[in-house]
Design a protein around this ligand. Structure first.
Ligand code: AMP
Length: 218
């Protein structure tokens, strides 16, 4: 089973994806995370990728394909993939379908977790990550008991692209480009839109219900 999960920045799609990956034994392909790891490594493309990300732009489809196929090839004994952060435009939607077809598989569902722009900005402005272990906090809803430091002792920082000006730019890009993907998934009959301004468990139950329909349980 192969699923795409979409949603504006801060929608909680990362949390929902992790829950889905665990429940259905799916490999979580989170392109933002993979690209951040490459940007912070001594990979030959690290400087190029870091510059693109710090300016709130998208990496090219060529880089994306390379990174996705690499991450997918690394997965073993999984029942499929859940894609988080991709596709962000029509070309990437077709790219995922092509990569899956080449593996004799197909895309089964596109789930969209919707939240308002105000909610997105509020959630992301409060996000802080640990510079040592990568744990993510929210200074309003989930602060570290150690203030500016993580429970592991590492200093917390705000992601360069989580500053309000860049959040607005990323949201604008999301809405401009992803709306076309949503339309296409609707035409393909695999779209499921979900209200993300509810408790995590409620959202997850809603997603599971739509997936059980693919699995023929309903
Ligand atoms: P995210 O954590 O998903 O917001 O991604 C952080 C940054 O990584 C984005 O602003 C882009 O620069 C880059 N990125 C992540 N996923 C993609 C993608 N599917 N296509 C192009 N760039 C991406």
């Amino acid at each position: 089973m192969n699923i795409v999960i979409l949603g504006p920045q801060g929608s909680g799609k990362g949390t929902q994806t992790a829950l889905l990956a665990e429940k259905y034994n799916l490999a979580h392909i989170e392109t933002g995370k993979i690209l951040r790891e490459i940007a912070n490594s001594n990979h030959p493309r690290s400087e190029e990728i870091k510059n693109i990300m710090n300016n709130g732009l998208l990496v090219s489809d060529k880089i994306l394909e390379e990174v996705m196929v690499g991450a997918m090839d690394n997965q073993k004994d999984k029942a499929g993939f859940v894609f988080d952060g991709t596709p962000r435009n029509l070309e990437q939607y077709n790219l995922i379908k092509k990569i899956l077809e080449e593996r004799g598989e197909s895309l089964d569902k596109v789930i969209v977790v919707n939240i308002s722009e105000d909610e997105s900005i509020k959630r992301l402005s409060a996000r802080r990550s640990c510079s040592v272990c990568g744990k993510v906090y929210n200074i309003i809803t989930n602060p570290s008991p150690n203030g500016d430091f993580c429970e592991c002792g590492g200093r917390l920082f705000q992601r360069e692209d989580d500053r309000p000006q860049l959040i607005k730019k990323r949201l604008q890009t999301y809405h401009e480009q992803t709306s076309k993907v949503i339309e296409l998934a609707k035409n393909d009959g695999i779209l499921e839109e979900i209200n993300g301004e509810r408790p995590i468990e409620e959202i997850f139950n809603n997603i599971v219900k739509s997936i059980e329909i693919i699995n023929g349980k309903n």
